[in-house]
Design a protein around this ligand. Structure first.
Ligand SMILES: Nc1nc2c(ncn2[C@@H]2O[C@H](COP(=O)(O)OP(=O)(O)OP(=O)(O)O)[C@@H](O)[C@H]2O)c(=O)[nH]1
Ligand SMILES: [Mg+2]
Length: 350
């Protein structure tokens, strides 16, 4: 998962790590230890022993090994080259420009100017700064979906939107499974009345997950299907309506205004934008366009398992200012992971 971005972050860690190694000086008490050991080294060297030089080299190594704690003060110049490399690496990993700049600023702020104590492993200092920067970006819009569902007036109406083939219908089935496992009763609304086979596709999922589906004929009015599902849910005390919609391009003005109409009439409690993480910056751009049109309340990124670079997940919440709710991590019904910034950042440094 995220292998390319992982490698790039490693590259930054070691290039800045080397810089720090060059600049770091031993802490004062460690310096004393170093001096003591060096005087020992002089005695050894005075021995008329043919192996003397070798022995003294060994002692110097030992002296160095004694220095466990060092300190370093980095200035902007030290960081310039590694940060430039990092910026390129982030952009190459599909992280949007403004987000990459925010990450760089945050790393810089954490590392420049202040005295830092470091042990032998300079990478740790760099990794911590990177982790903090990424966590800050990704924790900006936290939203607890489970808490929301628990506390919301029932039935909760959730509409799924996005471009074609990103995983909306599959995600609805996964979400139905997720909610069922938590004791709720979901109902599916077959609101994609446009694409041939879309209603049947959702119907098959509803049978497998064993949840009720409300469907009309192909070509029908999606808002009417969602309305019927709402009525059914109210009459049968179902908790959540999961409404499918047809995939549409964010650039198609007519289809986007139809989506606005569906959302206005069916007055959803949540509009969730679904896109695939592998789409990278395109997904981020689409999210912001859907958000302008509808607007959205959050995103779900699918196909994280399909060698996504990770950039979209880092950028999308920041750019839309709306949370990521779940990640799709496979094709099975259980492959829906509640989004957790710490889990995500840990994955990048595994
Ligand atoms: N590997 C992987 N595949 C996924 C994931 N989510 C969905 N898919 C696959 O993506 C394909 C498209 O999924 P759909 O759910 O039909 O997508 P959609 O957005 O409803 O498509 P349209 O209705 O045509 O707009 C299917 O083959 C799914 O199995 C995921 O998290 N990982
Ligand atoms: Mg679909």
């Amino acid at each position: 998962m995220f292998n390319k971005l992982k490698d790039k972050l490693k590259g930054f860690k070691s290039s800045l790590g080397n810089k720090i190694d060059e600049k770091a000086v031993p802490l004062e008490h460690e310096e004393e230890l170093l001096k003591e050991d060096t005087s020992q080294h002089t005695i050894d060297k005075s021995r008329p022993d043919s192996s003397g030089t070798k022995k003294s080299a060994g002692i110097t190594q030992k002296a160095k090994a004694l220095v466990f704690e060092r300190e370093v003060i980095l200035d902007e110049n030290d960081l310039e080259d590694p940060l430039w490399e990092l910026e390129i690496a982030l952009l190459e990993s599909d992280i949007a420009m403004s987000v990459s700049e925010a990450i760089i600023d945050s790393v810089k702020q954490e590392l420049v100017g202040t005295r830092k104590r470091i042990g032998k492993n300079t990478d740790e200092l760099v990794e911590q700064a990177l982790r903090n920067a990424l966590l800050k970006i990704m924790s900006a819009n936290i939203f607890d979906f489970d808490e929301f569902i628990e506390n919301a007036d029932k039935p909760v109406n959730i509409v799924f939107v996005g471009i074609n083939g990103t995983g909306k219908t599959t995600t609805i089935a996964k979400m139905a499974n997720y909610l069922k496992k938590r004791g709720y009763t979901p109902v599916l609304a077959a609101g994609d009345t446009f694409r041939a086979g879309a209603i049947d596709q959702l119907d098959i999922h509803s049978k497998k997950v064993e949840v009720k589906i409300i469907k009309h004929k192909e070509g029908g009015d999606p808002a009417a299907v969602i309305y019927d599902a709402l009525e059914y849910a109210k009459a049968n005390k179902a908790d959540v309506i999961l409404s499918d919609t047809a995939g549409r391009l964010h650039t198609n003005v007519n289809l986007m205004s139809q989506l606005k109409k569906i959302c206005r009439i069916s007055s959803p409690d949540l509009v969730i934008f679904v896109d695939e993480a592998v789409a990278g910056n395109d997904a981020v751009e689409r999210a912001s366009q859907f958000n302008e049109a509808v607007p959205i309340d959050g995103s779900i990124l699918t196909k994280i398992d399909a060698d996504a670079k990770g950039g979209a997940a880092i950028s999308i919440a920041y750019i839309t200012n709306k949370p990521i709710l779940f990640l799709g991590i496979g094709q099975g019904y259980d492959d829906l992971k509640k989004f957790d910034p710490e889990w995500f950042v840990n994955k990048l440094f595994e």
